[in-house]
Structure formats: structure tokens, C-alpha cells
Design a protein around this ligand. Structure first.
Ligand code: F0G
Length: 367
């Protein structure tokens, strides 16, 4: 009998009452969740008016992204259903999480990825965790279409966010935020790709409000990359492009649910350019010490863009009419180390050259 570590608190054991699990569900967990909610003094100062800004740092999950919250549920339920294999399409993070959790459950994992559009770190994760990797000539949306078809075969469980168990697991991030703040924030900002996460957060906030655990519900503000912004433009993007490959999606599966979350919460959907995304990534790492991948930096880029816009508050602005002393939470969805190619391509980071001598090093440093 192994000893159960004291900190063994994955999202299913922590939130069992609020999730569709039973004694019959074998819990497949890597102790995901319980990620830090980090107060950002410099970002708060930028917003001003006594507002406080916090980052929900989902990059600190076991495979480096928020996907682990949904995957513990999807894989546990697949195991309960007796499935031997799972399949997903991915821009890289879902596949990393699926591969890790499937391996833990002793299942095969098949991942369909858009060829040439996955960061090396994420691709390495899929391989190292033991997935069967297929590169598709096409984008994420094409890969998801294939998964829907192949997933009809009896042996597979589909573990994309079209699987409702994924949304159930991911809603726990909203629970954690409410518990930590003592209430829901006034505004919640997050990047939007396939739109599962904004759907999940809104579900979580609504459920906790209905249970009396929070008094308010936040305005949900989603940001898409300008070249991959179907919800913002209200039309499918056939050839989505962005440096933020995680959210390079032209036809999101949870489009309608995202719209509902934005409408019901009085929120907004807006876009950020690749340049704004990369600047926000650099700003956050350089000012707050938090390194997130480009897809995650879209939320920070969105807040910074709205602060700097200088126009009359526009309909899509998440900080419009923000009341004094508001609480703003941004989800940063994946760790910066997931995709090191993007920042290295965007900026040159050349080391100072020096001889192997104390004096030479000090001179190279300018001391
Ligand atoms: N941020 C990161 C780092 C992501 O990997 C994703 C989605 C999102 C944001 C957007 O979340 O799809 O729920 O709106 N990545 C998926 C994947 C598509 O395959 O890893 P969403």
C-alpha cells in the first residue's frame, strides 16, 4: 500500500461533489489544479483607480497548461467507460495533457496535429508521454473534423472539449478563484481559441453563485488573435494565422457557448495583434516575472490594449466603465517554456561575449 501524499489534491478529489463522478470512477490524476492566483502590482498600477489585477497561472499545472483540469475528468470517465484508447485534435496543449493522462491510465493516445504549426516543446511532450502522433495537412479545425469522424468508432473516446467532461474539469479554475478571493472577480479576461475554456469558467462562476459561494458573477472578456478571430468577426476563418499557435483556430467548437457566456455576463470579445501578444509576453516576463506562452499572453495583451486605447470606451472593451476598486482576473493558460521559438524569433537575445576571466566578465557587463 503506497502512502497517499498530503498534497495529493487533484481537481476530482478536491471538487468531487460538483463533478459527474461516482465511486465507480477510477480517478486518473497528476495532482492538477490548485494553481497560484498571483497579484500583479505593476499591472494593477497600470489599470489604476484602486483596481487589483491577479493572474491565474495555469502554466503551473503538471503538463504546463490548463488542459490538465479537463483531462483528469475526460480520461477518468473514459476509464470508467472501459475505453482502451483516446483521440484528440490539438494545437499542442490538449495533446500533451491527453498523452500524459492516457499513459497514466494505461490507454493508447492518438493525437492529430496541424503539420508544422505545433511548438517543438508541445510536440516533444506528445512523443515523450508516448502518444501516436499524426501530422495533418491542414489546420486545427481540419484535424478536429477528422477526430469527430474517427471518434465515432467504438474503441475511441474523444477528449477534445466537445467532450463535456473536459468542460466540467476546467470549471474548477473558477471555483478556486472564488475561494481565494472570497467572491468572484468583477472582470475575468482570458484567451479564446476553441472556446471551451471561456465556456467552462462561465459555468463554474454560475454554479458557485447558485450555491451561494459568491455574491457576484464576473463580466467575461475573451481575446482572440487578430488573424484567427472567428467569434469577433462572426464568421469562420478558413486560414487562421497567428504567432500564438495555441489559439490558431478558425471555427471554434464552443462558439455558441462562448457567445452565450459573453452575452449573459455582459462581457466582450475583442482581438489583439501578434505584435501586441509578443509585447505583452515580454512585458509580463520582464515586469512581473511571469513567463507565459504567446496564446496565454493574449489576455494580458487585451488588457494592456484597452488601457492604452485612449478612445471612448468601445462596446467590446472589457475595462469599460470599470468601477473604482474592481478586481480583475486574467487566466494565463500555458507556461512560457511550452514555446520558446516564438520569443526567440521575435527578439534577438545575444549573450555578452567574454573571456574566461573575472575582469573580462565585469567589463562585458559594463561594471
Ligand atoms: N491558451 C492556450 C495555451 C491553449 O492551448 C488554448 C487552446 C487556449 C488558450 C484556448 O482555449 O480552446 O478553450 O478557447 N488550446 C487547444 C489545444 C485548442 O489543442 O491545446 P480554448
Amino acid at each position: 500500500m503506497f502512502r497517499q501524499p498530503l498534497h495529493d489534491r487533484g481537481v476530482i478529489s478536491r471538487y468531487r461533489t460538483y463533478l459527474p463522478v461516482s465511486e465507480a470512477t477510477p480517478v486518473v490524476s497528476l495532482n492538477e489544479g490548485s494553481t497560484p492566483l498571483i497579484h500583479c502590482a505593476k499591472l494593477s498600477a497600470k489599470v489604476g483607480r484602486g483596481c487589483e489585477v491577479y493572474l491565474k497561472y495555469e502554466g503551473l499545472n503538471p503538463t504546463g497548461s490548463f488542459k490538465d483540469r479537463g483531462m483528469t475528468m475526460a480520461i477518468s470517465k473514459a476509464a470508467e467507460a472501459g475505453k482502451r484508447a483516446v483521440i484528440c485534435a490539438s494545437t499542442g496543449n490538449t495533446s500533451a495533457a491527453a498523452a500524459a493522462y492516457a499513459t497514466r491510465a494505461g490507454m493508447d493516445c492518438v493525437v492529430l496535429l496541424p503539420a508544422g504549426k505545433i511548438s517543438a516543446g508541445k510536440l516533444a511532450q506528445a512523443y515523450v508521454y508516448g502518444a501516436k502522433v499524426v501530422a495533418i495537412e491542414g489546420n486545427f479545425d481540419d484535424a478536429l473534423d477528422l477526430v469527430r469522424k474517427i471518434g465515432e468508432r467504438e474503441e475511441f473516446a474523444v477528449v477534445n472539449s466537445i467532450n463535456p467532461h473536459r468542460i466540467e474539469g476546467q470549471k474548477t479554475a473558477a471555483f478556486e478563484i472564488v475561494e481565494e478571493l472570497g467572491d468572484a472577480p468583477d472582470i475575468h479576461i482570458l484567451p479564446v481559441g476553441n472556446a471551451g475554456n471561456i465556456t467552462a469558467y462561465w459555468k463554474g462562476y454560475q454554479e458557485y453563485a447558485a450555491l451561494g459561494k459568491s455574491r457576484r458573477q464576473p463580466r467575461m472578456a475573451g481575446f482572440q488573435a487578430a488573424g484567427s478571430a472567428p467569434i469577433f468577426y462572426n464568421q469562420v476563418v478558413e486560414h487562421p494565422e497567428t504567432v500564438a499557435t495555441a489559439i490558431r483556430i478558425g471555427n471554434p467548437a464552443s462558439w455558441e457557448q462562448a457567445r452565450a457566456a459573453i452575452r449573459e455576463s455582459g462581457g466582450a470579445i475583442d482581438i489583439v495583434s501578434d505584435a501586441e501578444i509578443m509585447e505583452a509576453q515580454a512585458w509580463l516576463a520582464g515586469q512581473e516575472g511571469i513567463f507565459v506562452e504567446p496564446g496565454s499572453a493574449a489576455s494580458v495583451a487585451g488588457l494592456l490594449k484597452c488601457l492604452d486605447c485612449g478612445r471612448e470606451p468601445c462596446a467590446s472593451c472589457p475595462v469599460r466603465g470599470v468601477a473604482e476598486g474592481s478586481t480583475i482576473v486574467l487566466t494565463v493558460t500555458g507556461h512560457g517554456l511550452k514555446d520558446i521559438e516564438a520569443p526567440l524569433k521575435y527578439r534577438s537575445f545575444a549573450p555578452r561575449q567574454s573571456a574566461n576571466q573575472v575582469e573580462a566578465v565585469l567589463q562585458a557587463l559594463g561594471y
